[in-house]
Design a protein around this ligand. Structure first.
Ligand code: AMP
Ligand code: MG
Length: 349
């Protein structure tokens, strides 16, 4: 699926319009824009040290990554890898970098994150909106076909090979990686304060212009509107949520969502409604949020305790609306007054 170039220019023009109409004060970003890319709405706000040119570069970079990583665009590198019939496919440096980090996360999470779940994601209709519930036999065959250990990544030669028929997608990690890379680029360019919201994957650069932390909301999964359960304070961190409410369909009184358990090829049901991961590396936060949703709370806490080197904190929102949150966030959150009395447990390391 190729996007018209005009749309990109319109997005850039929108950025310009915001700049021209908004006065540059401490209550507004100096430049900002909203675009539709990677199947989601993204908003980019540069608050301190940012220029329109840097914003335009970030936007163009996002479109380029979309062109490389879309699993449905026949010109993308991921499409080529998924349709190579078991042959090696050459990749660009950015794709190798993302794939390499993502495969590390597949291993670290014991396959709860598994990029090769894509055939199953397609079978449920999550890529087209033509939803269906596959039968037991079909699910068993799909689950058999999910195995990230079969992906051969040759970093030196910049190429990848999947067994014929296996398909991967980067939907569980690409936005987090994009946020991390853009943040790094903006910091190098002298931006000291920015807020990037890549479709719910929030990436901050520095704090607010006055030096105070950004406040990032964690949505109430049970609410139809955007209603935050709580907000956390962060500086220079990513805040990424995976939730059953983000993409789902209902059939015969059951709800089916887009995060699949690689062991069953069916939606992961562990009593969680969402998992939010906060940390310094957006790719890790994105991959882990998906994996921790699949693992459920108990196994997720174990994984979190076993990997202090990742430097992440986690918020689990259960289907009954109660919350568990790791101790590193204890001093950094406020419950939304509308949710006063929220049932909250602190998880110790
Ligand atoms: P996220 O919103 O980051 O949790 O990613 C969810 C997306 O990743 C889904 O829409 C699928 O395309 C894909 N996906 C679903 N389940 C998994 C899984 N267990 N491992 C990796 N990718 C998955
Ligand atoms: Mg994810």
């Amino acid at each position: 699926m190729k996007r018209a170039k005009g749309l990109r220019l319109a997005a850039l023009a929108l950025g310009g319009a915001v700049l021209l109409s908004g006065c540059v004060t401490r209550t507004e970003p100096s430049v900002s824009t909203q675009i539709f890319v990677m199947d989601t709405i993204m908003s980019l706000e540069l608050w301190e040290g940012g220029s329109q040119e840097q914003l335009n570069q970030a936007v163009e970079q996002l479109y380029q990554w979309e062109d490389l990583w879309s699993a449905t665009d026949e010109d993308s590198e991921i499409w080529a890898a998924d349709h190579s019939g078991g042959e090696w496919v050459t990749l660009s440096g950015d794709t190798v970098d993302l794939l390499s980090q993502a495969l590390d996360l597949c291993r670290l999470t014991g396959g709860a994150l598994d990029l090769t779940a894509y055939s199953a994601v397609k079978a449920w209709g999550f890529t087209t909106g033509e939803y269906r519930v596959p039968g037991e036999e079909e699910l068993a065959a799909l689950a058999d076909g999910i195995d990230h250990t079969q992906v051969e990544l040759d970093r030196d030669a910049c190429r990848v090979r999947l067994p014929a028929g296996m398909e991967l997608d980067l939907g569980a990690v690409a936005k987090g990686y994009a946020g991390a890379r853009l943040a790094e680029q903006l910091r190098e360019q002298g931006v000291t304060s920015a807020l990037l919201n890549l479709g719910g994957n929030v990436q901050t650069v520095g704090g607010k212009p006055d030096g105070s932390p950004w406040s990032v909301g964690v949505q109430d999964p049970a609410s139809e509107q955007v209603d935050n359960l709580l907000a956390i304070q962060v500086v220079d961190q990513a805040v990424v949520t995976s939730g059953s409410y983000q993409r789902y369909f209902q059939q015969d009184g059951q709800t089916y969502w887009h995060i699949l358990d690689p062991e069953t090829a069916a939606p992961a049901r562990t009593g969680l409604a969402s998992v939010t991961v906060v940390g310094p590396d957006g790719t890790v936060c994105d991959g882990l949020a998906t994996a921790l949703f699949v693992l459920g709370e108990e196994a997720g806490i174990e994984l979190w305790r076993a990997h202090p080197e990742l430097g992440v904190q986690v918020i689990w929102v259960r289907e009954d609306g109660s919350v568990a949150l790791t101790e590193g966030l204890e001093e950094n959150y406020q419950v939304n007054p509308q949710h006063r009395g929220l049932d909250m447990t602190v998880v110790e390391a």
